[in-house]
Design a protein around this ligand. Structure first.
Ligand SMILES: [Zn+2]
Ligand SMILES: [Zn+2]
Length: 142
């Protein structure tokens, strides 16, 4: 078992979390739900085993952004922190930029490119998927 520990938290420090084991997937999501949730043209996600994830300080506020999707955020500062999809009960996505290890966890693909804003230019050579990637990176639906 991979016991590598990752840790992260929100902007203000009220919510802290940890995750054990290597991220399964690192991606940019361009879907409209992620864009609106984060107020950002795309959101980078790291997918972990849900069994290895826990909140270590404070509590996640939750918002159901579509029937199968629950997004977790900090109620004090608004940082977007987590994404859980009912079709992937064993996984949790965390916003890559809230991880302390963000600098060495580069995204590997772009998903939901069909939804992307027209002025976002993808020129990094990474694989692009019109919707979710095979294997379910960041949701089967936004
Ligand atoms: Zn906060
Ligand atoms: Zn998304």
């Amino acid at each position: 078992m991979d016991t590598t520990r990752y840790a992260g938290g929100c902007f203000c420090g009220a919510v802290r979390y940890e995750a054990f084991g290597a991220p399964r997937t690192l991606c940019y999501c361009h879907c409209e739900s992620c864009r609106r949730a984060a107020g950002s043209p795309a959101v980078a996600w790291a997918t972990f085993d849900r069994s290895g994830f826990r909140v270590t300080h404070g509590a996640l506020a939750e918002f159901r952004s579509s029937p199968p999707v629950t997004r977790g955020f900090c109620a004090a500062c608004g940082s977007c922190l987590t994404y859980c999809h009912e079709a992937r009960p064993g996984e949790i996505d965390v916003t890559l930029a809230t991880l302390e290890e963000a600098a060495r966890l580069a995204p590997q693909m772009h998903v939901w490119v069909a939804d992307k804003l027209p002025w976002v230019r993808i020129e990094d050579g990474l694989p692009q998927f019109p919707e979710s990637a095979a294997g379910g990176a960041n949701g089967t639906l936004p």
